[in-house]
Design a protein around this ligand. Sequence first.
Ligand SMILES: CC(C)(COP(=O)(O)OP(=O)(O)OC[C@H]1O[C@@H](n2cnc3c(N)ncnc32)[C@H](O)[C@@H]1OP(=O)(O)O)[C@@H](O)C(=O)NCCC(=O)NCCS
Length: 185
Amino acid sequence: MVPYHQNHVDKYHQWMKSQELQELTGSEPLTLDEEYEMQLSWRDDEDKCTFIILDKERVNEGLSEVECMVGDTNLFIQQDDDVKTAEAEIMIAESSARGKGFGEQALSLMLLYGIKNLSVIKFIAKIKFGNIVSEKLFKKLGFSEESRSEVFGETTFSWMPENNSNSSLIYQQKFEIQHFQNTQN
Ligand SMILES: CC(C)(COP(=O)(O)OP(=O)(O)OC[C@H]1O[C@@H](n2cnc3c(N)ncnc32)[C@H](O)[C@@H]1OP(=O)(O)O)[C@@H](O)C(=O)NCCC(=O)NCCS
């Protein structure tokens, strides 16, 4: 995973023209200029954190970073009743890259980053009704349903690492990712 830089914006903008991705991620279409402004905001704002997900196999084949982009993951930090909370988002935009473990590995790393580097106590995820794949992924990593909004057509899931035995799954993931990286190097 790499920080979201200017050179990623063009491809990101192409991805977000997809109506399916807009619906699944609850995103509004932006102009290219607005996407560049958004990139600066994700880079500079204290309450935001974002990484672009790369396909490491393609990186190892020597392809350019832009050619290796498969998605992104974000944390949006908020103070909720004195509990440092982060809304987690994940998108594997390249449909050919889905179902290969990228989403799970990237989200696990992002949650670990939130716990260890940003001192996040609680995570939430807002998932559109019917997005079963995303629900299964977040539940697998320990999230459970907190509330439903008929108005927004989404369910809020939450996870507090201290309270949930599934946090061990994330640490397991971290180990496996490091092991994978070591064997690739
Ligand atoms: C949701 C998404 C991030 C999952 O990422 P992914 O890389 O495809 O998923 P992974 O291969 O890492 O699979 C992780 C888990 O997700 C679930 N999952 C993945 N593909 C699935 C499918 N086709 N059907 C059902 N569950 C599925 C499973 O629980 C899987 O764990 P398992 O392999 O042990 O069963 C990805 O499909 C995506 O970005 N979709 C479009 C955008 C989106 O919906 N973002 C989420 C907004 S809240």
